[in-house]
Design a protein around this ligand. Structure first.
Ligand code: AP5
Length: 208
C-alpha cells in the first residue's frame, strides 16, 4: 500500500506519520528527513540540496525523483510506505504515478496562522529525530533519548513564509490533481495530534 501525506509546512505531516507508521506498519519515507540526513553527512546530494533547503525553495525535481525511486524500491518498502513531503510538484506526482500505484492521498488541512505558530515552536531531537512543540515540551533535552533539541535551520521566520509561498504555488495544485483521480481524502488538521490521528484511523478502517 502506498499512501501520500499532503499538507503545508507545519501542517503536522511528520507528527501524524510517526503515529500512522507505528499503528499501521508502514514505512515512513520523508523526503525532508532524507535530505537533512544527506546534508548532515555531506553527500553529493546533500551538498547540492543545501542551498535550496536553507532558502526554503524546492530541491530540483530530478534529484528528488531519483532519491525516492531508489528508496521505495528497497525491500523494507515492500509491505507499503507512507510518503511524507513527496510529491510536491506536478512533475513529481507524474513520476510517482509511473513508478508506483498510489492507493490514497491524505490531505491535512490547516489554516496559515496555525502553520506559522506550529513551526515557530517546533524543536527536533538531534539524536532520534522526535518532534516537539514548546507549548507542551519546553526543555532542551529529548525525553525519549536524552539528546539535544534543536531548531531546524529552515524554521527561521523569513524562511517559513517563503516555504508556505512555495507550497501554495507548487504543491497546493496537487489537491485538485489527486481529487480528480478519486484518491484524495481531506483531514481536518486543526485539532490536537490525537484528534487528527483519530480522524485518519477512521478513514483507514473504512478502507479495509
Ligand atoms: P520537509 O521536512 O518535508 O518540511 P515541510 O513539508 O515544510 O514540513 P515540516 O516538516 O515543516 O512540517 P510537518 O508538516 O511535518 O509538521 P510537523 O509534524 O513537524 O521539507 C523541508 C525542505 O526539504 C523543503 O522546504 C524543501 O526544500 C526540501 N524538500 C523536501 N521534500 C521535497 C520534495 N519532494 N521536492 C523538493 N524539495 C523537497 O509539526 C510541526 C510542529 O507542529 C511541531 O512542533 C509539532 O509538534 C506541532 N504539531 C504537529 N501536529 C500538531 C497538531 N495537530 N496540533 C498542534 N501542534 C501540532
Amino acid at each position: 500500500m502506498i499512501l501520500v501525506l499532503l499538507g503545508a509546512p507545519g501542517a503536522g505531516k511528520g507528527t501524524l506519520a510517526a503515529e500512522m507508521c507505528s499503528s499501521f506498519k508502514l514505512k515512513h519515507i520523508s523526503t525532508g528527513d532524507m535530505l537533512r540526513q544527506n546534508m548532515r553527512e555531506e553527500t553529493a546530494l546533500g551538498i547540492k540540496a543545501r542551498s535550496f533547503v536553507d532558502a526554503g525553495k524546492l530541491v530540483p525535481d530530478a534529484l528528488i525523483i531519483e532519491m525516492v525511486r531508489e528508496r521505495i524500491s528497497m525491500p523494507d518498502c515492500k509491505e507499503g510506505c507512507l510518503l511524507d513531503g513527496f510529491p510536491r510538484t506536478a512533475a513529481q506526482a507524474e513520476a510517482l504515478g509511473a513508478i508506483a500505484h498510489v492507493d490514497m492521498v491524505l490531505y491535512l488541512e490547516v489554516e496559515t496562522d496555525a502553520l506559522v505558530k506550529r513551526i515557530s515552536g517546533r524543536r527536533v531531537c538531534e539524536g532520534c529525530g522526535a518532534v516537539y512543540h514548546i507549548s507542551w515540551h519546553d526543555g532542551d533535552v529529548c525525553p525519549k533519548c536524552g539528546a539535544k533539541l534543536l531548531v531546524r535551520d529552515d524554521d527561521k521566520p523569513e524562511t517559513v513564509l517563503r516555504r508556505i509561498e512555495v507550497y501554495n504555488q507548487n504543491t497546493e495544485p496537487l489537491i485538485g490533481y489527486y481529487r480528480e483521480k478519486g484518491l484524495l481524502r481531506t483531514v481536518d488538521g486543526s485539532g490536537t495530534p490525537e484528534e487528527v490521528f483519530a480522524a485518519v484511523r477512521g478513514i483507514m478502517e473504512k478502507r479495509v
